[in-house]
Each structure stands twice: as C-alpha cells, then as structure tokens.
Design a protein around this ligand. Structure first.
Ligand code: 6PG
Ligand code: NI
Length: 189
C-alpha cells in the first residue's frame, strides 16, 4: 500500500508544529546528572524548569523515510552552564542529520568516538550538517527560545547511553556575559 504525501505546518513565531506529532518534553529532572554544577542542579530541582520540547512528525522508522522535527530549547542556565539538549549518537552510527535554525541563537556541539570535537554557532538561517558518526548536542546561548528544524534518515534511532557515561568534551558556559567553551573536567574520567 502507498504511503501518502502529507504536510505539517510550522509556526515561525513559536516553532510549534501542527499537528504536534509525537511530543517529547525534557525538564531538568530528566537530565540532572548531565550538568556540571551539581549544587546548582540541587537548587533548581525544586522548580524543575522545562529545558526543551521536541515536536516529531511521525513517519516509519525505516531507511526509506526521513524523520523530521522541531526542537524548542528554552533560555536559561544551570550554574553558569547554558541549558542544553541531552545529546546523542544515532543508534545506526553513520546516519547524518541537518539542523536549520529558525529562531534565537545557540551552539551545536559535536564529537566523535575517536576524540574529535567541533562546534558551530547557530543563528536564524544557519543550516548545519551533522556528518555521519558525530554525536550532537545543542545549547541555547541567547535569552529567547532557540528553535531549529531537523531532518535525518528514518532508521537512524538514538543512542543516549554513550553520552550519559562519557559526557561531552566541552561545556558551554557564560563567562563575563559571553558564551565560551571550556574543557569538561569530567570528560574521559
Ligand atoms: C534527532 C535530532 C533532534 C534531537 C532533539 C533533542 O536525532 O532526533 O538530533 O531532534 O533529538 O534536538 O535532543 P536529544 O535527542 O539529544 O535529547
Ligand atoms: Ni540526532
């Protein structure tokens, strides 16, 4: 049977999709061990801020299809570390991805299993290519929601476990009002 073409509307003002599709919400409690300043985590957990929401268009998870979704990453910090996504490798490691920034500003942090690291600054209009085999995490370095559209092969899947254990090589932190990348003291420990 034929899979029928269809359309999803993206609201440029908010980033929301209509229909919403499969919605994933991540509060601090869902990723508390990922932030460096655990004292700041403890202080914020009472209010448990919403960090990001992903609206996923639902399509079959096969290589023939293209997953696509929007992430709305809210502004804020845990200590001096900016709000960020969990970050992941694709479960099928060599599946690439395209990120298209619609609103706000942020960083796209990437790393490979053999120790390479890269970062790309994202502003509205930036179209970033996450090459095959690179783990990816986004960070909101601005003071409004950072919104980006993503598309990737249908069979890619997500591997969060490796990032949960190893972390990212760099942390994105505010220093003197500016976003800087610093070595993650816990990386490789
Ligand atoms: C994906 C995309 C992207 C990502 C979200 C949330 O593969 O689906 O990279 O949609 O999932 O921005 O980030 P985390 O999946 O790392 O929580
Ligand atoms: Ni991805």
């Amino acid at each position: 049977e034929k899979f029928m073409p269809f359309v999803t509307e993206l609201d440029f003002a908010t980033g929301k999709l209509n229909p919403e599709g499969h919605v994933i919400t991540r509060n601090l409690s869902h990723m508390k061990d990922m932030y460096y300043d655990q004292e700041a985590v403890r202080q914020l957990l009472g209010q448990n801020p919403l960090i990001y929401v992903v609206y996923n268009v639902v399509v079959p998870e096969t290589a023939a299809h293209i997953q696509h979704c929007v992430t709305i990453l809210y502004p804020g910090k845990v200590g001096n570390e900016y709000f960020m996504t969990k970050g992941h490798y694709h479960e099928v490691l060599d599946r690439a991805e395209i990120y298209f920034c619609l609103k706000g500003k942020g960083q796209l942090l990437m790393q490979t299993q053999d120790g390479a690291f890269a970062s790309i600054d994202m502003v509205p209009g930036s179209v970033a290519y996450v090459a095959p085999e690179w783990a990816h995490r986004t960070v909101n370095t601005g003071d409004e929601p950072f919104v980006f559209f993503a598309a990737y092969p249908g069979d890619a899947g997500h591997n969060y476990g490796d990032i949960e254990t190893e972390g990212f090589a760099k942390l994105s932190v505010e220093q003197n009002g500016e976003a800087v990348l610093v070595d993650n003291p816990r990386y490789g420990k």
